[in-house]
Write a protein that binds this ligand. Structure first.
Ligand code: NAP
Ligand code: 3JM
Length: 350
């Protein structure tokens, strides 16, 4: 089960929605692990989590917990990453960070392996995992950009509650039950945990994910805008985003409008590119009502694309529907993929 020639791996936020999927993904991928440290807050110390049939006790995430760790996967929120990621790095670990803490830092690569794998090797101890909504979109757009160029992106998202953690998942369950029993729905978590105003998510749609910025966009929208330009190495790319939370549990869907450089491209040519692209599954056949949905994408590692149409007014415009499991490709799987590339390419040590 544990390999003597494997790595010392730590998962920070091991009790959370993302952390749990990280542990599952490490297990499913048979990642070469010699020791596995599962770290969370003080509240969880002593809880047990199973890995390959063995019960592992949760320990508190402290600077000393990273002694001897080779690879640390962080998903305990931005403030924990800001406190502890560098503590892990000074102790010799390479950190794959799932939070927004370092994503726009120019010394930190921001990586979706299907798009910019080579950026991993430029790391200085920390590699950032992009936001879930960004990851699935850039994975779908990269094959198109490579062949036909990309000028503009306008995206609207349809995001599940698991993106806001286990408390939001519980809140949707409780509110749904209350609503169906004609009781008052209590809202304590969404749209932003810890914020002043809360709205019910059950039977609703919330056009706010993360906090508002001065320009009127939410932080989630600005993450999509800024991260897309960085990952695709297209600082001049025009990107606009509207991010919406909806009452389903897992996977995010996106309506993506793009303008490419070439005006003579057909829908079949775009489909041909996506059909053979790494990590992408094309599910697109109006005749048989075939297209991706969040329920079908749940539990899968791929990014699913369908509903590809040419814009009716602009010859270089296309519309796509992109769906993926936010906890897998959007978080845990993308992080484990980065860890796999680190060890396969011998990029752990500089
Ligand atoms: P969650 O279900 O609420 O889990 C939060 C995790 O953080 C739990 O394991 C929790 O441990 C741990 N934690 C909280 N306070 C801590 C502390 N003081 N010290 C150590 N650990 C602490 O949230 P989630 O959905 O898994 O998300 C976790 C983080 O991952 C998010 O805040 C976000 O930054 C990132 N994330 C990234 C993506 C992405 O798109 N890449 C997607 C979702 C989330 P306890 O159980 O002990 O409280
Ligand atoms: C997804 O520290 C926090 O408040 C976490 C907020 C958060 C983030 C983030 O900004 O790191 C919750 C859910 C993300 C993310 O992936 O960007």
């Amino acid at each position: 089960m544990f390999q003597a020639d494997g790595y010392h791996v730590a998962v920070v936020g091991a009790t959370g929605a993302v952390g749990q999927k990280m542990i599952e993904t490490l297990e499913n991928r048979n990642f070469p692990i010699q020791t596995l440290s599962l770290l969370a807050s003080k509240r969880s110390v002593g809880k047990k989590v199973s890995y390959k049939g063995q019960e592992i006790e949760i320990k508190e995430a402290t600077p000393e917990a990273f002694t001897g760790v080779d690879i640390a996967l962080f998903s305990a929120g931005g403030s924990i990453s800001k406190q502890l990621a560098k503590e892990a790095v000074v102790r010799g670990a390479v950190v794959v960070d799932n939070t927004s803490a370092f994503r726009m830092d120019e010394n930190v690569p921001l990586v979706v392996p299907e798009v910019n794998e080579a950026d991993i090797k430029e790391h200085n101890g920390i590699i950032a995992n992009p936001n879930c909504s960004t990851i699935q979109m850039v994975a779908a757009l990269e094959p198109i950009r490579k062949t036909y160029g990309l000028n503009r992106v306008i995206v609207s998202t349809y995001q599940s509650v698991s993106g806001s953690g286990t408390a939001a998942v519980e809140e949707l369950k409780t509110q749904t039950k209350a609503f169906l029993e004609d009781k008052e729905m209590e809202a304590n978590i969404l749209p932003v945990k810890g914020d002043k105003h809360h709205y019910p998510i059950a039977f609703n749609a919330l056009p706010q994910i993360d906090v508002f910025q001065e320009n009127g966009y939410t932080f989630e929208e600005m993450k999509m805008i800024n991260e897309t330009k960085k990952i695709m190495h297209l600082p001049e790319l025009e990107v606009a985003a509207t991010c919406v939370r909806l009452p389903f549990f897992t996977a995010h869907a996106e309506s993506v409008y793009i303008e490419i450089e070439d005006e003579n491209v057909t829908v079949d040519q775009i489909k041909g590119l996506l059909k053979d692209a790494p990590g992408i599954v094309l599910e697109d056949d109006p005749a048989t009502q075939t297209y991706p949905t969040p329920l079908k994408a749940q539990g899968k590692r791929d990014v699913f694309v369908g509903r590809i149409r040419k814009d009716l007014d602009r010859p270089n415009g296309f519309h796509l529907w992109v769906v993926s499991d936010n906890l897998l490709k959007g978080a845990a799987w993308n992080s484990v993929q980065i860890a796999e590339r680190l060890v396969e390419n011998n990029w752990l040590k500089k």
